[in-house]
Write a protein of this length. Sequence first.
Length: 149
Amino acid sequence: MFLETDSNYLQQISNLNWNAYFIKDFVKSNTDAQGSIANTPEQAVKIIELIEQYRGELEGGVAVRKVEHFQPQSELRYFVMNGTACSPTSEVPAIVETVTQRIDTPFYSVDIAQTLEGKDRIVELGDGQVSERKAWPLDRFAKMLAQMG
């Protein structure tokens, strides 16, 4: 769920009725000792306040995501270049292909992890400028850049 700045955060988050909430603004998660995970709507509002306090503002708005548990070591990074999704292995999940149809920008990364139930989830989108290769072999990454660039 995405919330506008100055929304009634407590009411909107309470309506979700989840067990736990991951809170961040549109750019970055909270990095102080509190972290970004809230177990109650009240804690979620406190995290929003801490982001504003330590960074001076909320950038864009607030993103609220249901906390899910992921299979260990399941996160993979995919890169999208000029509308084509590229994989560190040989397969591109359907959820990544869906992203390529909805986001029109020349280069970005999509990180996918699997829940304990085996469902793919987008855990992060990056603008590609600061995205490290992660599990990508250097030769495969260089080949992708050469072919798509």
